[in-house]
Design a protein around this ligand. Structure first.
Ligand code: GLY
Ligand code: MN
Ligand code: MN
Length: 467
């Protein structure tokens, strides 16, 4: 092994501090598995490896088949052991050199004497009550079961969640980097959004910019003229006059921190009146929701602020009739804005969602069952250092308008003729998504990580038109 560098995001002291903080909250040892690359087809043709998020957060070097053990009461160095799988004899030939133990120890703040062979983890856990955080990989899960490791209980999961919820300075530097890479990628996408080009041309421009910055996509990108398909994918469709292109994509920097950005615009940059009206409605909703991201604000209320403004815009567009506040109370926006206003962001694009609603929902809060609110991924009171997305939208989704259970309760307030006309025109959908970090002083408002990417409709048009 030689001294191949390791890509870790934070300083070794930050990792030690995080491990010590966890060790103070747990009463039994906890182990974090890194996971491994999953096979695409045959065993050595694999998907890109990405270490499990909590393992990364606590300073596990991003190598496959490794694990980090933290003893209760550890100071973040003593009582922490890293187990690694040594490279096989042919690995240097195919994969190149691996980082040495010394490089790993220095980067993660683990005592070099506390680096052990992965196989030693089994005996380190034998006859002990150990909680294991594992990626959702069948092999790692069955290994943890074979070694009789316990699943984390809710208190242990929440100890991890509480730490990861609040981003420290090192994490924010990584998130700003991921945001800047995402911004550059979206600018490249806008420049490629020309009539005569395709969705694929736009996505290619976007991905090239990420590769250039040594980032990956933070999730399968959404780059489509069928923006009403919420997680639809690029299908290579041509960009035609009049159609809206929705691009939702972000960067993941080498340490695993992400951005998640959406812009919607007409190819060639020319908005129709109804496109512009609904776009400006979404933008107003977004501004108000972002402004509300201050300490102590309940995220559900941020969602409701956006929903009410969307109702106002739907009334002025003559898609709904009535008093916007009443329509919002009844949940009429769900027909046009079916997803929630956003989610946590950090290590992984839906940060902490690997823990289900233990990540996104405060103790005692549960998801609404009402359509339009049931997909809201976050309902916590905001605190300084929390990173969230704000991503309101308006869509004309055919499958919603085919569902009587969803539409009938609002028959009295929906202008069905106008809705059907937009559906017939294949209006698609509009979403605008920014990444924000809550700041301590409410009067400062949140830090908008993605502020360098214009979302004003005229500025967006100017970029598309090369002005
Ligand atoms: N890209 C999925 C989302 O914005 O949450
Ligand atoms: Mn997104
Ligand atoms: Mn998002």
């Amino acid at each position: 092994m030689n001294d191949t560098p390791l890509k870790l995001t934070s300083a070794s002291t930050a990792y030690q501090r995080r491990r010590a903080a966890l060790a103070a909250k747990v009463s039994r040892p906890v182990v974090f598995f890194s996971g491994h690359a999953l096979a695409r087809s045959y065993a050595t043709n694999v998907h890109i490896f990405r270490a499990e998020s909590s393992y990364l957060y606590f300073g596990g070097p991003p190598l496959e088949h490794a694990a980090l053990l933290i003893e209760p009461g550890s100071d973040g160095r003593d009582g922490c052991t890293w187990f690694r799988t040594p490279p096989g004899p042919d690995d240097p030939l195919w994969l190149g050199p691996s980082p040495s133990d010394t490089v790993c120890a220095d980067a993660s703040g683990i005592d070099a004497k506390q680096i052990k062979d992965f196989d030693a983890l089994e005996s380190a856990c034998t006859n002990r009550d150990v909680a294991a955080f594992t990626p959702h990989h069948p092999d790692t899960l069955s290994q943890a079961r074979r070694w009789k490791l316990s699943e984390p209980n809710d208190d242990e999961t929440l100890a991890v969640v509480d730490l990861r919820l609040i981003k420290d300075d090192d994490e924010l530097i990584a998130m700003r980097f991921a945001a800047q890479a995402g911004v550059a990628a979206h600018r490249a996408a806008m420049r490629a959004a020309q009539i005569g080009h395709t969705e694929s041309d736009v996505q290619a421009a976007l991905e090239a910019e990420l590769v250039r910055r040594q980032c990956r996509l933070s999730f399968s990108p959404i780059c489509t003229v069928r923006g009403e398909v919420l997680h639809g994918e690029c299908a290579g469709r041509p960009l035609q006059k009049g159609s809206l292109l929705l691009v939702d994509a972000g960067a993941e920097e080498p340490g695993g921190y992400t951005s998640d950005i959406t812009r919607t615009y007409p190819a060639s940059g020319e908005w129709t009146p109804i496109q512009r009206h609904l776009y400006e409605t979404v933008l107003r909703a977004q501004h108000a929701a972002i402004e509300a991201c201050v300490p102590g604000k309940r995220y559900l209320d941020v969602h409701t602020i956006a929903a009410r403004i969307i109702c106002e815009g739907l009334v002025s567009a003559e898609l709904l009739t009535g008093e916007p506040a009443d329509l919002a109370r009844r949940g009429a926006y769900g027909l046009f804005f079916p997803h929630g206003v956003g989610h946590l962001l950090g290590l992984g694009v839906h940060d902490l969602e690997e823990f289900g609603d233990l990540g996104g929902y405060a103790k005692g809060r549960t998801r609404s069952e009402r359509f339009g609110d049931c997909f809201l991924r976050l309902d916590r009171d905001l605190e300084p250092g929390m990173a969230v997305t704000i991503e309101p939208g308006i869509y004309l989704v055919p499958s919603i308008w085919e569902r009587n259970d969803l539409v009938r309760p609002f028959e009295d307030v929906v202008n069905r003729t106008r809705v059907d006309a937009l559906l017939a025109d294949k209006f698609g959908g509009i979403r605008i998504e920014e990444d924000v970090v809550v700041r301590a002083k409410p009067s400062d408002g949140p830090e908008i990580l993605t502020a360098d990417l214009p979302n004003n409709p005229d500025e967006v048009s100017a970029i598309i038109q090369g002005a």
